[in-house]
Unconditional design. Structure first.
Length: 255
């Protein structure tokens, strides 16, 4: 198995901390000894880039550095040990007993399934931080940060105060009769539904994590919630643009 099989997305690999990437390195090389492959950083990097055309050329140096950092972390933690079969100074390594246990026990489905959250399609406000948390397996934190971003963005676009929070903020910003972000050209039922959409999303996915520990270990579920936050952010952008256009239109008419 190669690391590129576990982490086919370049940016997902770069988003990992050295210890997190190190675990995936262990999984990738755990069977090398039985396959009579020498375990050293040079062979590992060569195997990772076995098909250089599949990687953006300008990121290969950064990827190599990330792998070297992770390899150094593994050695520092006693997970990669000098291979006693070789005499003197050598770069050959073997997995420690603990490293083999980690490699066998680690569930790798999270990172492979997390490809369901492409970075390019995310709103600029959550494209880096939230996406990075998600690809590091911090699903609950990623969801909380995404929904908190929605809350902050709604307050800002609606020009409401710091004491307007959570569900109440959403109900006020999208009030069907006079909400600053409400589209008054739509039917009353649609205006009420949009208010409920924002209030329900914040009440369901942001507020519980503000008040207590909520375990969220399913990457697919987390991706779906983050994409919902992404959609809400785009609605807010559109309503803010429409509000500003409406404000400027009378002045443009006079001139």
């Amino acid at each position: 198995m190669h690391l590129s099989d576990l982490i086919p997305d370049v940016d997902a690999g770069l988003a990992l901390e050295p210890d997190e990437l190190g675990v995936f390195i262990l999984i990738a090389i755990k069977d090398w000894d039985r396959q009579h492959q020498q375990i050293d950083i040079g062979n590992f990097v060569a195997a990772y880039f076995k098909n250089p055309g599949s990687f953006p050329q300008h990121k290969i140096g950064e990827l190599t550095e990330a792998c070297q950092e992770a390899w150094a972390w593994l050695e520092g933690q006693g997970l990669l040990l000098p291979d006693r079969r070789y005499q003197g100074h050598t770069m050959q390594r073997v997995l420690s007993r603990r490293a083999r246990r980690i490699a066998q026990e680690r569930d790798t489905r999270g990172l492979s399934r997390s490809r369901s959250l492409p970075q390019r399609g995310l709103h600029a406000l959550i494209r880096d931080d939230v996406w990075g948390l998600f690809h590091r397996g911090k699903y609950g934190t990623a969801v909380f940060e995404a929904m908190k971003t929605v809350e902050v963005r709604v307050r800002e676009a609606a020009r409401l105060g710091p004491n307007d929070l959570g569900v109440d903020l959403m109900r006020r910003a999208f009030n069907k009769n006079n909400g600053p972000l409400t589209d008054m050209t739509t039917l009353e039922a649609e205006r009420d539904a949009r208010s409920a959409l924002f209030a329900g999303a914040i009440g369901s996915y942001k507020n519980p994590q503000s008040h207590r520990h909520v375990d969220l270990d399913d990457p697919d579920e987390a991706a779906e919630i983050i994409l919902l936050a992404n959609h809400l952010l785009r609605i807010v952008d559109a309503r803010e643009d429409a509000r500003e256009t409406a404000t400027l239109t009378p002045q443009s008419t006079k001139s």
